[in-house]
Ligand binder design. Structure first.
Ligand code: ATP
Ligand code: MG
Ligand code: MG
Ligand code: MG
Length: 486
């Protein structure tokens, strides 16, 4: 089944059960000071759970563009290295605002997965909250009993507070979750280690696909719990992981969400993606291809939603994601010219029917990415030479045991050259070096104190994009690229 149809079936299923289907909120949040990017389906409904305002319908479903690259949920470091965490992903979700509760939510989740999508029951596991007496939260007997009617009892596992209890903050709505996991390993592998031992254990073929949160309690200031007067359901299912299961492949990158992008990367760069890499060299190419295929989505959707790369706030996060992709291409795919921008057309063709913003903003997105690529490739060329010199001079100076570079050197590269710290750290690590992180942080702090106006600058990066204003961005990047290395 094509990914487009998988998404459609999810929405249809919940529409048929009385849910209003709403569009995704933008990937960048504009009026939530606590959150830079939407990182879950529920973010746009947060206020309803806090009792502020009423939703258009008591039952809602959608697919939300999410970005997990900052704050509480930051998956960036895993992206490219594993095959199931993305920076940008779609979270399919259904909600009940004071309407249905555990019985309907669990039964529908099960019906959708096993009847509509026809996932074999014997590759699924579910988890239920085990309870936490010290925090006054009980075992979720109700969910357990509902699952018992649907799935073999040895496939119901108990989970701890970290994985199976959700709370908005120290106070406020909270409740147990029940998660659904798949085990898509081969029969031989399953015979060696039972799936239940691999749940929440970073196995690429034993992954969580759907989280069902039951907002049942209110945590008061004195930490005690009371039942909420109206109970809510909040669910989130990873769309790309679901596609992996339904398309019978072993990695999100082997689904049709990613294969068109990967094919384009292969044809531009003359490299080959091989999901079963034979050696470390091939794996490096794979990682680079995954990083680029992933990051272009994050960056393209962020720009389409109005967040240009910049030097502050959310814009800086977007710039760093794009630079990470450029750097992986530069180092492992040997790309010395801009090319990531060419992937936008593939993305627009593939996603544009459902997310029209990526089509209507296609030329803006392409141009912004191309400009960023061109300027960062210049920076990389010069920066790598400097970093290389730095490593050579330090190798001579220091004993072989302590290849640590002073923080202020690294800071200089960052500050005057736009060379991100994480990139420097990666290159150093690959060459057997470390650096004085504390020293770097101290320099960074000093610089922040020097430039107190930085916040105003960051705010100024928000732009309202409308069709046709694609010219306005040109040159936004010029100032910061004046290279003054001393
Ligand atoms: P994981 O344990 O795999 O990191 P999670 O528990 O952090 O996932 P939730 O916050 O419960 O994830 O989000 C709901 C669903 O969204 C998950 O069950 C998963 O299918 C999907 N998901 C979460 N993070 C990512 C990601 N970085 N990339 C792709 N899908 C994700
Ligand atoms: Mg996670
Ligand atoms: Mg989890
Ligand atoms: Mg989860």
């Amino acid at each position: 089944m094509k990914s487009q149809d998988i998404r459609k079936q999810f929405l249809q299923f919940f529409q048929d059960r009385g849910h209003l289907i709403v569009p995704s909120a933008p990937i960048v949040t504009k009026d939530d000071p606590t959150l830079m990017f939407n990182n879950s389906g529920m973010a746009q409904f947060k206020e309803f759970f806090l009792g502020n305002g009423t939703p258009k319908s008591k039952r809602i479903a959608d697919t939300q563009k999410c970005l997990r690259v900052s704050g509480k949920h930051n998956d960036l470091e895993d992206v490219g290295f594993d095959t199931y965490h993305h920076t940008m992903f779609e979270m399919l979700g259904n909600w009940s605002f004071g309407d249905y509760f555990k019985k309907e939510a669990i039964n529908w989740a099960w019906e959708l997965l096993t009847e509509t999508y026809k996932i074999p029951k014997d590759i699924l596991y579910v988890t239920v909250f085990e309870g936490s007496p010290e925090e006054n939260v009980p075992f979720d007997q109700e969910a357990y009993d509902i699952w018992k009617g649907l799935i073999a009892e040895d496939r119901i596992l108990l989970g701890n507070k970290k994985d199976n209890f959700w709370e908005m903050g120290d106070q406020g709505p909270c409740g147990p979750c029940s998660e659904i996991h798949v085990d898509i390993r081969s029969a031989e592998e399953k015979a060696l280690v039972p799936g239940k031992d691999l749940i929440n254990n970073d196995h690429p073929q034993v992954v969580e696909i759907w989280n069902n949160v039951f907002m049942e309690f209110n945590r008061k200031a004195d930490k005690s719990l009371e039942k909420l007067p109206a109970q809510h359901v909040d669910t989130g299912m990873g769309f790309e992981r679901l596609c992996m299961v339904l398309q019978g492949v072993q990695s999100n990158y082997d689904t049709d969400v990613f294969t068109p992008l990967i094919q384009k990367i292969e044809s531009i760069t003359g490299t080959k993606y091989n999901s079963k890499a034979a050696n470390a060299e091939e794996e490096k190419v794979n990682i680079a291809i995954r990083v680029i295929a992933d990051h272009v989505r994050a960056v393209a959707f962020a720009i389409a939603d109005g967040q240009l790369p910049s030097n502050g706030g959310a814009g800086y996060v977007i710039r760093r994601i794009l630079r990470r992709a450029i750097r992986y291409g530069f180092t492992f795919l040997n790309t010395k010219e801009p090319f990531i921008n060419e992937l936008v057309a593939v993305l627009a063709a593939q996603m544009g029917d459902f997310f029209p913003e990526i089509k209507s903003q296609q030329s803006l997105v392409t141009n912004v990415i191309r400009e960023e690529e061109a300027s960062f490739l210049r920076t990389l060329d010069q920066g790598l030479i400097l970093l290389n010199d730095l490593m050579i001079s330090h190798t001579e100076q220091l004993s072989k045991q302590k290849l640590e570079i002073a923080g202020d050197y690294i800071f200089k590269l960052y500050d005057t050259f736009g060379f991100p710290e994480d990139l420097t750290a990666l290159i150093l690590k690959e060459n057997g070096f470390t650096y004085d992180k504390e020293g770097f942080d101290a320099e960074l702090k000093k610089q922040k104190e020097r430039s107190r106006g930085a916040n105003e600058v960051a705010k100024g990066d928000w732009v309202i994009l409308t069709e046709g204003n694609t010219e306005t961005f040109v040159g936004y990047d010029q100032l910061e690229n004046e290279v003054k290395i001393t």
